[in-house]
Design a protein around this ligand. Structure first.
Ligand code: SDX
Length: 434
């Protein structure tokens, strides 16, 4: 097998040597000291491409939005730590920060909230779509379809000068879409947005208020929802965000790009994991709490079972979001006097896994999805909507990343290469000779 040699000379250049070719490559160092070799010219100069299945070692872009240090368990949005933002900020303020790059002034935040409140209604004709989905339709499928359907109600949505308005429309309508699809699935009347409520209180009200009696939003759950949305708001170039960037790089409009991100997020290895965690914990409880059996299954290569909510491509010591959510789950359940046996099962599973050689050797720790479902259950959110909650949180991040990609003059349509390993040329064989 031919070998190539990459030599990184200090922090500004690298040399790639491959069967007689030697090319100098620029090296880029990010604001946090991350070093990347720019291989954009490698194929043109050597005829060789690089191969990185799953892109675990390949940067797709330079970005100012989110910084993750997987070794130190650091997550920052535009330089602000999630710990500080969870303590001092709100989901709407964090959304503004991600989309516009800085924390808003009081006037900017007031205008942003006003704009969101005055674009939160859906066109009444959109309700007809809800009427025709099967009752058991998965909310992520409904959400992805309804988001791309939004673009049909705004035909001008492909125009560049509509981008800021479309961002407001999407930020304002996604929770209404979510709540309406839930109400339809349980056969209850729609509850319309109420402008006197906060973003999270309004969402809980649209989800759970009944026409027969006043609904009092629990401030504890309102704050817990805000915390969960902040913690899910962005996560640099994960699977669904890369999908949003890829689809947007073709010139597809914002609604179509976000709809594709929702579909990518729905997979059980990605955002679908929060629903899979609760299903797994319930399965362990229903099976008599046989932890050893499930730990053995998780380690058995011939068994497709994985410890859902564990492991991460980037975090190799701990996912800072999991730590914050685990504490919030404890606090909220204590405050509301809720006993959830699945929280105890999750904690027990974490304790066992963190002492198990298989998990320790592979640096597998609880990720953002391991405890989030406990909080969603406390709010009364049905399990099949957990990933929709993830999508609601991730929306400002997807929008910020899409906007950054679109406004970057260096952006080109995503078009990775491949190494072909199929049959070489062969002549067509008439069917009678096969
Ligand atoms: C999210 O990228 C992001 O930022 C995503 C996210 C975001 O905010 O956008 O953080 C949100 O998607 C969190 C991840 C949610 N998914 C899960 O909880 C599903 C369970 N976890 C995995 O399947 C897995 O850990 C991934 C998908 C999260 C990461 O997979 P990688 O990085 O491709 O790692 P891998 O599959 O190559 O695993 C390395 C080893 C393998 O064993 P060996 O082949 O080395 O023997 O670890 C094992 C895997 O079999 N392994 C697990 C495991 N996760 C990895 N074994 C048992 N249970 C698990 N959960």
């Amino acid at each position: 097998m031919a070998m190539a040699k990459l030599t990184i000379d200090g922090t500004d250049s690298a040399t790639l040597t491959t069967d007689g070719h030697e090319v100098d490559l620029p090296v880029i160092t990010g604001s946090e000291g991350e070093v990347g070799v720019n291989i954009s010219k490698v194929r043109a100069q050597t005829g060789t491409i690089t191969l990185d299945v799953g892109f675990g070692n390949t940067g797709s872009c330079q970005s100012d939005i989110t910084f993750i240090d997987g070794e130190q368990g650091i997550l920052r949005y535009r330089g602000y730590s999630i710990e500080d933002l969870c303590e001092h900020s709100s989901f709407i303020e964090v959304s503004y920060l991600l989309i516009h790059g800085n924390l808003p002034t009081a006037k900017e935040l007031q205008q942003f909230e006003y704009d969101l409140k005055h674009h939160s209604l859906l066109h009444e004709d959109m309700k007809k779509f809800f009427e025709n989905y099967p009752r058991k339709a998965h909310p992520m499928s409904v959400l992805s379809s309804m988001v791309t359907t939004l673009s049909t109600f705004y035909p001008e949505s492909t125009e560049a000068d509509q981008i800021d308005l479309n961002i407001i429309r999407l930020m304002a309508k996604l929770d209404t879409l979510t709540a309406f699809s839930y109400r339809k699935s349980v056969g209850q009347p729609y509850v319309y947005p109420q402008n006197h409520l906060s973003f999270t209180a309004n969402f809980l009200n649209m989800m759970f208020a009944l026409p027969t009696e006043p609904y009092q939003v629990s401030p504890t759950l309102e704050r817990a929802m805000d915390l969960l949305l902040i913690l899910h708001a962005d996560h640099e170039q994960n699977c669904s965000t890369s999908t949003v960037r890829m689809v947007g790089s073709s010139g597809a409009n914002l609604f179509a790009s976000i709809s594709s991100g929702i579909s990518a997020l729905s997979g059980p290895l990605h955002g679908g994991a929060n629903q899979a965690v609760i299903n797994m914990l319930q399965m362990i409880v229903d099976d008599g709490g046989d932890y050893e059996k499930y730990m053995a299954k998780a380690k058995d290569k011939s068994d497709p079972f994985r410890l859902m909510g564990f492991g991460h491509r980037v975090y190799k010591n701990f996912d800072p979001r999991a730590r914050i959510i685990k504490k919030a789950a404890d606090d909220v359940l204590d405050e509301l006097g809720i006993e959830d046996p699945l929280l105890d099962v999750a904690k027990h599973l974490e304790r066992i896994a963190l002492e198990d050689e298989y998990f320790v050797a592979r640096r597998l720790y609880p990720n953002v999805d391991f405890y989030s479902g406990i909080l969603y259950r406390a709010m009364g959110i049905p399990t099949n909507m957990f990933t929709v909650m993830f999508a609601m949180g991730r929306l400002p991040g997807w929008i910020a990343q899409w906007k950054e990609m679109r406004s970057d003059p260096a952006t080109k349509i995503f078009r990775p290469r491949q190494i072909y390993t199929g049959p070489t040329y062969r002549a067509y064989t008439p069917i009678e000779n096969r």
